[in-house]
Design a protein around this ligand. Sequence first.
Ligand SMILES: [Zn+2]
Length: 425
Amino acid sequence: MSPVPPRADLPDVAPTVQQDVARLAASPEVRSAYNWLRTQEPQLAQWQMEMARIPAPPFGESARGAWLAERFREVGLDDVRIDDVGNVFGVHPGVGKRYVALSAHIDTVFPATTPLNIRQQGSRLFGPGVSDNGAGIAAMLALISVLAKSRISHALPFVFIGNVGEEGEGDLRGMRHVFATPKWRDAIAYSVVVDGAGADTVVAEALGSRRFEVIMRGPGGHSWSDFGAPNPIIALSRAIEILSQTPVPTTPKTTFNVGVIRGGTSVNSIPESASMRVDLRSTSMAEIDRLERSLHAALDRAVAAENRPAAQHGLRKPQVVQSEVVEIGNRPAGELAPDARLLKVIRAVDAYLGNTAQVQRASTDANIPLSLGREAIAIGGGGSGGGAHTLQEWFDCHGREFGLRRILLTMLTLSGLSEPVKSIR
Ligand SMILES: [Zn+2]
C-alpha cells in the first residue's frame, strides 16, 4: 500500500458500539483468547518466515497459495478452496448468510529470481516480504488459530482470504475476482484487509489510479537524408509539455506523473518509436477521468503539430506519427461513508484499547469493495516494519499482540456476539 497524509475529520465514537466492544472484551472467552495469543509468537514468526521463503511474484503466487491452503486446513477452517485466479478461501462458521471477510494479499513485488534470504535476529525478522505482507498473513493465521482454540461464539461467519495480485501490475486482480464472484460479491458484509505491520492507521479512503503506456510511432529515417520526417521523440516530448500544464485540484487531491520514458536507437537516426508511462491518481473517479481526457488531448495536439504539412516539405510522400495508449493499471477510487458501521466499530475498538489511529487514504485491496460502495478498511497486522519493497525489509514482533487484539475485537464486534445483530444490512 502507498499511504498519503491523513484526513482531518474523524467520526466520533458511537456509544452503543462502544458498549458492544467493552462487553465483548470483558467476556471470559475473549480474555482466554488474549492469553492464548500471548503464547503464539514463536509459531507466528515461524509461519511468517516459512511463507516468506516461498517466492510469490505478481502472477506467480501458486506455490505460496498452496502453502497457505495447507495452513488453513491445519488450523481448522472449513471449505478450504483455491479459486480460478489463485485466491485461497477458508470459512469459520457462524450464524447468518452474510460474512465478515478478513483478507491478506499473498503476492510480493519481488521477481521470481530474487534471493529470499529470510532470517531472524531476536524479535526481528529480515528479508523481502517479511512485513508486506508477511505481517498480514501471520495476523490472519493467528486469528484463525485463536478462533479454533477459544471457541468464542459469534454471529456472522468469517471468510478468510489469502488473495493474489495486490502489488503493482497485479492491479488488485485477486480482490477484483472475489467481488466479481456472485457467491462472494453479495455475501461479504464487511471487508477487513490486513496489509503490512502496525496498528496506528485505518485506511478508509481508496486512492484511485489509472496508468498508461503511451507509444508514439513514426516512419524513422536518417537524421540527415530524411530530415523533415516526423519524429516520435519530439512528438512525445511535446505531449508531455502540454500534459504538464494540466491544472489539478488540491481537494480532492489529484496528481499525475510521467515516470518512465524510452525511445530511439542512435544519435543520427530519426527514431521509429518512443514511449512513456503515465500515472494518474485521485480519490475522485471524475478527476481521474478528466486527467485521462487531458492526456488524450495532449497527444492529439502533439501529433497534429508534428504531422503538419509545413514540417514535411521536400519529402516524397507525407509521413506521420501516431500515438497508441494502452491502459496498464486501473485501481478504482472510493471512500467509506462517515456513518459506516465498520468505521464506528474500528473507532470504538481503538478508543477501548487506548489506540491513536489516523484515518488514511491509500491504494489497497480495500479499493475494490469501497469502489462498489461496500464497507471495507485496511489495517496493519501489528508489530512494526520497514523497508517495504526493498531487500532490506524487516518486521519486529514487539507489539504484534496488541495489533492482533485490535483485529480480533474488530472482527467479533462486526460479527456480533451471542445475540442477534440488529445492524446487519
Ligand atoms: Zn502490501
